[in-house]
Ligand binder design. Structure first.
Ligand SMILES: NC(=O)c1ccc[n+]([C@@H]2O[C@H](COP(=O)([O-])OP(=O)(O)OC[C@H]3O[C@@H](n4cnc5c(N)ncnc54)[C@H](O)[C@@H]3O)[C@@H](O)[C@H]2O)c1
Ligand SMILES: N[C@H](CO)Cc1c[nH]c[nH+]1
Ligand SMILES: [Zn+2]
Length: 441
């Protein structure tokens, strides 16, 4: 069998089209499924639960006519009781770190400032009334995503939290997800995934309550559905297929360095064929050594992940060779990766050159997986170049701010004439008259 050859792209010799393919990555796949996703959404809108059960049978190979779409309390009790204690302990450890990290994001209930004597203005944070959290389960189960979403939602004070996640073939929901949901205090869990789940959360069905906002990562079907429904729900950040860049330089020159870099490159690549994983470097020797070492590690990965890795490293993955440090940083900023690991001589200096990345891990001791699960920072991150304008999920995603204003007589008198002048200039007589002819209070 022909062995895999890892592509090495020399940035300065690539055509605009080749650069654009690397920079676009799976965004193209998402566009391609939009039409089929649109018809799923329309069908769920028309036929509700019946359509959901049909799509679940077709895409998840799960039929459970005797189970309700909502997971019962008894099922959650059972999952909590029977979950392997080692998994429960690992979940508890990770959830504690995630809580510590997000606790610091909880805003003050009200924050008022005196703009001028007698003019007070500020903001009050109020939670969004209802949110849906999408927990993927196509190519792996994701209890980690459940706690990354539900912990900040709870800390924000969201009163109605619904979780959707695809069922296994027997209709059951991943037990570690149920354990995490119970620990966090969320009891509304629906066994439905894919585009049909997003549509159900947007429109509501007899079994599923509608939500104002839907957050959570997912496959291209989920990402496409959120985009198509952006007029009905707030779809939050675009969190599609996982992607990573590892930035390393000539300081990484021992065999251990090469092995570590290769292992790290495989982390996010194993999510699926639609993932992307790139080494960006300005060192030709490092590029060559990584290209030589990766294939054996890929061969040594169990299926189905091996096949995903092979597809990634003949698709949206590989090695990009830049001319120097500045060009390496420029490529990364153009790509705006979801995850970035900096393993250069001085990561703290290198990070100063980076503007766009969902998450930035400095040095050799912070592999992507550590942040995926347990450091505490949120691992639901913008993909597809959206890290240029979006951030990781946080408590802020679950609240909105009301501007609150209070003025004394003195404050009012201070600004009155200026407002009249500006309203007259803009041609709004009623805006102006309300102050000019205002009876003294
Ligand atoms: N950006 C982030 O923060 C982040 C975090 C975790 C995971 N991810 C990504 O989320 C994704 C999870 O994907 P997944 O597949 O594991 O789970 P998923 O739950 O998102 O997708 C599986 C669902 O897709 C639907 N589906 C499957 N084939 C279909 C078809 N042909 N037509 C219509 N619908 C279909 C099914 O309903 C199924 O339930 C991965 O790409 C992973 O990289 C991203
Ligand atoms: N890499 C994902 C975010 O892109 C998070 C994750 C959870 N489990 C494994 N990985
Ligand atoms: Zn991951």
């Amino acid at each position: 069998m022909k062995s895999l050859s890892i592509p090495v792209f020399t940035w300065n010799t690539l055509s605009q089209e080749e650069k654009s393919t690397l920079l676009t990555r799976s965004e193209e796949d998402i566009r391609e499924v939009q039409d089929s996703v649109r018809s799923i959404i329309e069908d769920v809108k028309q036929r509700g639960d019946e359509a959901i059960r049909e799509y679940t049978a077709r895409f998840d190979k799960a039929e459970f006519p005797h189970k309700p779409l909502q997971v019962t309390e008894d099922e959650i009790d059972e999952a909590v009781r029977t979950l392997d204690p080692k998994i429960a302990r690992a979940l508890d450890y990770a959830m504690e770190n995630v809580t510590r990290f997000h606790q610091a994001q909880v805003p003050a209930a009200m924050d008022m400032h005196q703009i001028r004597p007698g003019i007070w203005a500020g903001e009050r944070a109020t939670p969004i009334d209802s949110v849906g959290l999408y927990i993927p389960r196509g190519r792996g189960s994701f209890p980690s995503m459940l706690y990354m979403l539900a912990i900040p939602a709870k800390l924000a004070g969201v009163p109605n939290i619904s979780i959707v996640t695809p069922p296994g073939p027997d209709g059951t929901v991943d037990p570690a997800c149920l354990y995490a949901a119970r620990s966090i205090g969320v009891s509304t869990v629906y066994r439905v995934g894919g585009a049909q789940a997003i549509a159900a959360l947007a429109f509501g069905t007899p079994s599923i309550r509608p939500c104002l906002k839907v957050l959570g990562p997912g496959s291209m079907y989920v990402t496409a559905a959120k985009r198509l429904l952006s007029g009905t729900i707030d779809p939050g950040l675009p969190a599609g297929p996982s992607e990573s860049i590892l930035w390393a330089d000539a300081s990484q020159n021992t065999q251990d360095d090469i092995t570590r870099i290769c292992l790290d490159l495989l982390i996010e690549a194993e999510h699926g064929a639609d993932s992307s994983a790139l080494l960006v470097t300005d060192d030709q020797t490092l590029a060559r050594r990584v290209a030589e070492t990766l294939p054996a590690l890929i061969e040594n990965t169990p299926e189905p992940r091996r096949e995903f890795l092979k597809k990634v490293f003949s698709g949206y993955g590989g090695i990009i060779l830049g001319q120097n440090e500045a060009q390496a940083a420029d490529i990364i900023n153009q790509f705006a990766p979801e995850h970035l690991s900096i393993q250069t001589r001085e990561p703290v200096d290198s990070v100063a050159l980076i503007k766009n990345a969902g998450e930035i891990l400095l040095g050799p001791f912070a592999p992507f997986s550590a942040a995926n699960y347990a450091i505490g920072a949120n691992a639901v991150l913008p993909t597809g170049g959206y890290a240029k304008t979006w951030s990781a999920v946080s408590v802020r995603d679950f609240i909105k701010y009301n501007s609150i204003i209070q003025m004394t007589r003195r404050g009012y008198q201070d600004l009155r004439d200026h407002v009249i002048t500006l309203a007259d200039y803009e041609g709004f007589p009623s805006h102006s008259r309300a102050l000019k002819d205002r009876p003294e209070a």
